[in-house]
Design a protein around this ligand. Structure first.
Ligand code: ADP
Length: 670
């Protein structure tokens, strides 16, 4: 076995790999960019080496630099994690040339599967079922148009080198193909450096079911059952679970065997995932093989009681697979939710900022020494968190905005669902927008809880997943009010004795102004031992029963309430009843003299690069018409006209880097 490995990654996966290495007595070397000097993965590894500036291209993607660091540190192997260099066959070759073990499949398997088009040709030969489509060499636009017309709409355009849901376009009509092709190729070249595309029939209501496979250098190859990753947004996984609901054992075996056949066809070694797209009737087709560890591997670990990183290290060191196919059993049900710094209400736009507070549910923190699949007693942990960030860390525009993976295990799906709902309710984050409330609605919603799964679940259930904003309940307002003024009286029953806020001159009354989408005036009148609170003409008695830091217990009228209130500048984050309310406090003293920003300008929703400008100065445009396309965090974001109007001036050119909030163009509404 190795005595020292280098981890060529960052974030949660780097921390997760380090944890297994430590448990196995292997030393770890972290690499990091300038943006990550204080990052968690640097702290959890035994050694760490700075490899370059923040941009991944200049740091985490610098294979030659990473190899030099590994050699200098005396590491014998490199674990690439997922993303970055994990599916880069040239990097695997370079490792071998330098005498280092690349912890992953042979470069030849990666090349065979690296192009979705070439992989399909190989799978066709191995009799693995394929979605009807076109995956030929020629990229002639006329030919692609003819092929798309032949396949029949809707058609899905995919970047052949794509991954992570990027570089895909659904085309509903023949006349839309050319524009979608241009946009797909643009994203493909900027994200993957290769603009080759393939076409597939776009299936209706499909499920995404993938099989975890593992092969060693002795010719053994097994499958560790399936994961259902149907719940997606923009073709990106949101929830993953194992096993797949309603999977008959015969189909599990058939898919497992097809996956093993796919792996064997490319001489696979190590951890891999064969992704299938399945119709509701159970028929399934090969989509692609990911030649690395997947983000969602923990759900497989939970139900099989394995540590897949340990398996990777053993196989890379030349050992046989720890278990045979007939020894691989399944126990219970596991669900993973990806907690992201993003804004589901704004099209899942990433949210950049600092994690001012992060309170997590009781869980096994993998990177702190928790076991992957099971505890020493053989029973899986009920809640596991894999995270690459800590309270106080920043989510930067340079990398994936994932905060944590929350994984739960239950004896069955019902128990796992209940645990997920509970754990999400206890996950409290302040400082950035997150998808936690959205995930909770998703997990508790009818469609997911009844396992009515397909990749369109989120879009179809928009009404319940994005409910209209309702006014903040009076209990949450009372908690915010007590967080603000409640402390002013603890220990002092007499308001006259306190100088802050409740003064002489009959000033027993105070009105606190809060707002979210609504405005609230909370009128408080102090009385011995408590308050009278009035909101919207409704009055109740309010007392602060107990306070422990940010945690408050109050009595409001006849009910007792409990919650946590975190203040972040003017923002009051109230966590109560499993929900998170964000209220802005309007301090009458704080903002004297500020002016409102001038309107009429469209601003960058996040820092990024302008990749296309679709309007000209002086042009009349209609509401919603795309004006500028920005690329940020490897994804394209289209900025559309907010109303009918005229583009008065363009402030940037294609290729320009734009700061968060910078005006992109001057616009005059009609
Ligand atoms: P990536 O490599 O970017 O993850 P995939 O080829 O794995 O791309 O596809 C990602 C997702 O896109 C799938 O999980 C599925 O939801 C959807 N998808 C892919 N191919 C099809 C198809 N032919 N019809 C319908 N949906 C598809």
């Amino acid at each position: 076995m190795f005595t020292k490995i280098l981890i060529a990654n960052r974030g949660e996966i780097a921390c997760r790999v380090a944890a297994t290495a430590r448990r196995m007595g292997i030393r770890t070397v972290a690499v990091y960019s300038e943006a990550d000097a204080g990052a968690k993965h640097v702290a959890v590894c035994d050694e760490a080496v700075l490899i370059g500036p923040a941009a991944a291209k200049e740091s985490y993607l610098k294979g030659d630099v990473i190899i030099a660091v590994a050699l200098a540190a005396g590491a014998q192997a490199i674990h690439p994690g997922y993303g970055f260099l994990s599916e880069n066959a040239d990097f695997a070759d370079a490792c071998a040339a330098a005498g280092l073990v690349f912890i992953g499949p042979p470069a030849s398997s990666m090349r065979a599967m690296g192009s979705k088009s070439a992989a399909k040709t190989l799978m066709e030969k191995a009799n693995v079922p394929l979605v009807p489509g076109y995956h030929g060499e020629s990229q002639d636009p006329d030919l692609l148009q003819r092929e798309a017309d032949r396949i029949g709409y809707p058609v899905l355009l995919k970047a052949s080198a794509g991954g992570g849901g990027k570089g895909m376009r659904v085309v509903d009509r023949s006349e839309d193909l050319a524009a979608a092709l241009a946009s797909c190729k643009r994203e493909a070249i900027s994200s993957f450096g290769d603009d080759k595309v393939l076409l597939e029939k776009y299936l209706q209501r499909p499920r995404h079911i993938e099989i975890q496979v593992f092969a060693d250098t002795q010719g053994n190859c097994v499958y560790l059952h399936e994961r259902d990753c149907s719940v997606q947004r923009r073709h990106q996984k949101v929830l993953e679970e194992a096993p797949a609901p309603n999977m008959p054992p015969e189909r599990r075996a058939a898919m497992g065997e097809a996956a093993v056949a796919a792996a064997k066809a490319v001489g696979y070694v190590g951890a891999g995932t064969v992704e299938f797209i399945a119709n509701q009737d159970g028929s399934f087709y090969f989509m692609e093989m990911n030649t690395r560890l997947q983000v969602e591997h923990p759900v497989t670990e939970m139900i099989t009681g394995t540590d897949l990183v340990e398996w990777q290290l053993r196989v890379a060191a030349g050992q046989p697979l720890p278990l045979r196919q007939d020894q691989l059993t399944m126990h219970g049900h596991a669900i993973e939710a990806r907690i992201y710094a993003e804004n589901p209400e704004k099209g899942f736009l990433p949210s950049i900022g600092t994690l001012r507070h992060m309170d997590t549910p009781d869980a096994v923190h993998f990177e702190l020494g928790g076991m992957a699949g099971s505890t020493a007693g053989g029973v899986p942990a009920s809640v596991r968190i894999d995270s690459g960030v800590r309270e106080g860390d920043a989510i930067s525009p340079f990398y994936d905005p994932m905060i944590a993976k929350l994984i739960v295990w239950g004896a069955d799906r019902t128990q796992a669902l209940a645990r997920m709902g509970q754990a999400l309710a206890e996950f409290q984050i302040v400082g950035l927008a997150t998808n936690i409330a959205f995930l909770k609605r998703l997990v508790e919603g009818q469609a997911f809880s009844s396992a009515d799964l397909d990749t369109g679940l989120i879009e179809r259930n928009g009404d319940t997943l994005f409910p209209p904003v309702t006014p903040t309940p009076v209990g949450a307002l009372a908690l915010a009010a007590m967080a603000l003024v409640g402390g002013e009286h603890t220990g002092a029953s007499d308001p006259w004795a306190n100088a802050s806020g409740w003064r002489l001159n009959g000033n027993y009354q105070r009105t606190l102004a809060f707002s979210d989408e609504h405005a609230y005036d909370v009128a408080l009148t102090y009385r011995a031992g408590g308050w009278r609170m009035e909101v919207d003409g409704v009055a109740s008695d309010l007392t602060l029963a107990a306070r422990d830091g940010a945690t408050l217990s109050i009595r409001l009228g006849a009910s007792a309430m409990h919650g946590t209130v975190r203040r972040d500048g003017d923002l009051f984050h109230v966590f109560t009843g499993g929900r998170h309310y964000t209220l802005t406090y309007h301090d009458p003293m704080a903002h004297a003299g500020e002016v409102e920003a001038v309107g009429g300008r469209l601003t960058a929703p996040m820092p990024g690069k302008v990749v296309a400008i679709l309007a000209q100065a002086g042009q009349d445009v209609r509401k919603g018409e795309p004006l500028v396309i920005m690329e940020a965090m490897k994804m394209e974001h289209t900025i559309g006209a907010p109303s009918d109007g005229v583009v008065e001036e363009l402030l940037y050119a294609v290729g320009d880097q734009v700061a968060d909030g910078a005006p992109l163009l001057a616009f005059k509404a009609a």
